[in-house]
Design a protein around this ligand. Structure first.
Ligand SMILES: [Zn+2]
Length: 182
């Protein structure tokens, strides 16, 4: 389990390995906000409880990367890991069925790889729909696809503890982490 590193502004930055977190703390570059009492970090000279949340002492300017391209990891998370045509969750797929990315307006007909034009689809539904629109195929969508909050998605697909989640909500509000975990 990584340690959640916060900027001086309390903005969640990333998860770092505990060893790196302890190094930052020992070097005076970060302070410990939360420790994992179940785990102890041992080195030649130190025996410390493992930090689970640290905060950088000095503000680090992080260039905002507005990555808006669709990846399957984020697409499936946005859609709750469920087919947007038949509604089956990933755990209900059988045999060789799997989740895919479906283009509502097919690429072959000018459909683009944008959040509003892609949905999660199980492989049988994707095959059945083929190069038709949902209307043409008589396969209505269960939800209207929209562009999700990118930062929310980034944190929703990572494994964080309850304590770490508290700090992510504190900064981004209740909406963050609300996505269904698959
Ligand atoms: Zn389906």
């Amino acid at each position: 389990m990584g340690c959640l590193a916060l900027n001086a502004s309390f903005e969640p930055l990333t998860l770092v390995p505990p060893r790196r977190a302890i190094r930052l703390v020992l070097d005076g570059k970060a302070e410990v906000l939360e420790v994992d009492r179940e785990r102890v970090f041992r080195s030649e000279r130190h025996e410390l409880p493992c930090p689970s949340v640290i905060r950088l002492v000095r503000f680090v300017h992080v260039p905002r990367r507005f990555r808006r391209q669709v990846t399957n990891t984020f697409l499936f998370a946005r859609d709750g890991y469920a087919c947007q045509y038949c509604g089956r969750h990933r755990s209900e797929l059988r045999g060789r069925q799997f989740l895919t990315r479906d283009h509502i307006l097919p690429v072959s007909r000018g459909g683009e790889n944008q959040w509003e034009n892609v949905v999660t689809s199980c492989s049988p539904c994707n095959n059945r729909k083929a190069s038709r629109t949902p209307e043409e195929a008589g396969m209505p969508l269960r939800t209207e696809p929209t562009e999700p909050n990118y930062v929310h998605l980034v944190w929703a697909v990572r494994r964080v503890t309850r304590t770490q989640a508290k700090y992510i909500r504190m900064f981004y509000g209740e909406e963050a982490l609300r996505l269904v975990k698959g």
